[in-house]
Ligand binder design. Structure first.
Ligand SMILES: O=C(O)CCC(=O)C(=O)O
Ligand SMILES: [Fe+2]
Length: 376
């Protein structure tokens, strides 16, 4: 059997009642079969995207002293700059450099001895993930307007992601707005922090060898991911690969090449668990560019979920037909139904993820012994 090609969904079909059913059918199929899709005609202004992407190479060309000033090592919230190979996936160094940002938020975490009376227990350590960004100095190089460009971009992708979640609800035939309370202040939880990475994958240092840009993983940072691949040509952006979800016995990688003016959308662990595997959280990776190529740049946006929510809570707002989708089908998933973490606050899994990928930062802010214990 030929490996599946990744579906391309044209969001403009949603605006016309005669074409919308077609879009919803493709979406339902993509959620279930591939867990990876392209979104075209997404409606985000090219100017908003260009304002950010045009500044990306300048950002990476900052001198190392300027990068050090906003190093992730300064931040218990795991935002800021990580140098080449400072991040790990499954214990192995990723050959990439990156800047992590989140929705700009005040600190809410309180240490046990300064507890004020509040409804939410903000002494739980995962609340420490929320906090302000570290912004680069815009006077340097020509980075003027960087913060504004990033904030505008995040706001635009956030509204796209909310619009997209409504389409998922329609595809699943559940009331539109079912998930709204997760993402807005109308619900009982604090609205989540969304995260963005701006990533550079330098070309491989040895001819003929492609290294681990980022190792094989499922996204664990949130509900869904909107990935922007930068570049004018397919060659410039080449490297993203998806593990063929239809044939998990043989390790077969499908390329996810650049499609101009599109986002690549995929789904996080929590979404997969909350739908009993009905939505796939598909494994993917990035190979470093060939030694003869230029660097590859990408910008994933991870739509967050409230840290004090559990997967089991989300499960309850999903109808049994969706939960049965996978078990009623012959097409299996690598998803394990007995997720222990489904009962834990999502913040616990988030903290674990950041501890694993940035151990030194974790040890500095949370203590060596605590990190050791947490990761056991
Ligand atoms: O850089 C990419 O294209 C993908 C990055 C990715 O999968 C991640 O950071 O989770
Ligand atoms: Fe990813």
């Amino acid at each position: 059997m030929d490996p599946p090609t990744l579906p391309v969904l044209d969001l403009s079909l949603a605006s016309n009642p005669s074409t919308k059913p077609l879009l919803l059918a493709s979406l339902k199929s993509a959620l279930f079969h591939t867990g990876f899709l392209y979104l075209t005609n997404h409606g985000i202004s090219p100017d908003v995207i260009a304002a950010l992407t045009s500044r990306v190479p300048v950002l990476f060309s900052l001198p190392s002293e300027s990068k050090a000033k906003i190093s992730m090592h300064n931040s218990p919230h795991f935002v800021g700059h990580s140098g080449f190979t400072e991040e790990k996936t499954r214990g192995k160094k990723d050959l990439r450099e990156q800047f992590d940002f989140g929705s700009e938020l005040p600190v809410v975490w309180q240490s046990k001895d300064e507890v004020k009376e509040r409804e939410t227990d903000f002494t739980k350590l995962y609340w420490r993930l929320r906090g302000p960004n570290q912004w680069p100095d815009e006077e340097e190089k020509d980075l003027k307007g960087f913060r504004e460009a990033l904030e505008n971009y995040m706001a635009a992708v956030e509204s796209l992601s909310l619009r997209f979640v409504h389409l998922i609800e329609e595809a699943f035939e559940i009331p539109v707005g079912t998930f709204d309370s997760f993402f807005t202040s109308r619900g009982p939880n604090l609205p989540p922090q969304h995260r963005v990475k701006i990533i550079k994958y330098p070309p491989s240092s040895s001819p003929g060898v492609r290294g681990q840009g980022v190792g094989a993983h499922k996204d664990s940072g949130g509900w869904l991911t909107f990935l922007l691949q930068l570049g004018e040509t397919v060659e410039e952006a080449e490297g993203l690969q998806v593990l063929n979800p239809q044939n998990l016995e043989t390790e077969e990688w499908i390329s996810a090449p650049l499609i101009s003016n599109s986002f690549v959308v995929n789904f996080g662990n929590a979404f997969e668990a909350a739908t009993s595997g009905g939505v796939r959280a598909t494994v993917h990776r990035v190979l470093t560019p060939k030694s003869t190529s230029g660097p590859r740049y990408s910008i994933p946006f991870f739509m967050g979920l409230p840290l004090d929510m559990t997967v089991n809570q989300i499960k309850r707002s999903i109808p049994s037909e969706v939960h049965r989708l996978r078990s009623d089908s012959d097409e299996k998933n690598d998803y394990a139904l007995d997720h222990k973490w489904a009962e834990e606050d999502l913040g616990v899994a988030q903290l674990r993820k950041w501890f694993r990928s940035h151990r030194e930062v974790a040890e500095k802010w949370y203590g060596v012994e605590f990190v050791d214990r947490y990761l056991q």
